[in-house]
Design a protein. Structure first.
Length: 134
């Protein structure tokens, strides 16, 4: 969406225990740009909490602030340490969120080892498969 910053994750990456990478490379390829179906991102995220109970995950509430249901929502999560460095993340999908509704979800994330979470960022957005309304 115009003016929006979005974080993305290709999913969980597994490094050997106590390994902290210091360099990442991302490749962005040009794609055709489509007109958005809505003027701004209809989703917001709240109450993001990291838990390592059973498996590493982020519990979060995703809200659809639009007056129609929306299907095929993608949700990217980035985990930062207390120094502000990205230390993990993941991506997951929600089937649909009701008009002006919310959905709680658990997103399995990469194991961060003995690092401390300083910040969690969650980026819900439309996909090319999203259907707005009935």
């Amino acid at each position: 969406f115009p003016g929006e910053t979005i974080g993305t994750s290709n999913g969980s990456i597994f490094f050997p225990e106590d390994c902290i990478p210091n360099n990442y490379e991302s490749y962005v390829y040009p794609l055709s740009v489509a007109e958005p179906q809505l003027p701004s991102n209809p989703f917001s995220a709240s109450n993001a909490q990291y838990s390592n109970e059973d498996y590493p995950k982020v519990k979060v509430t995703i809200t659809n602030n639009h007056n129609q249901r929306i299907s095929d929502v993608t949700v990217n999560v980035l985990l930062y340490n207390t120094d502000g460095n990205i230390i993990g993340g993941s991506k997951d999908y929600l089937g649909e969120i009701a008009a002006n509704g919310s959905a709680e979800m658990e997103i399995w994330v990469s194991d961060i080892g003995n690092q401390t979470i300083g910040k969690i960022e969650v980026y819900p957005t439309l996909t090319s498969y999203s259907i707005i309304g009935d």
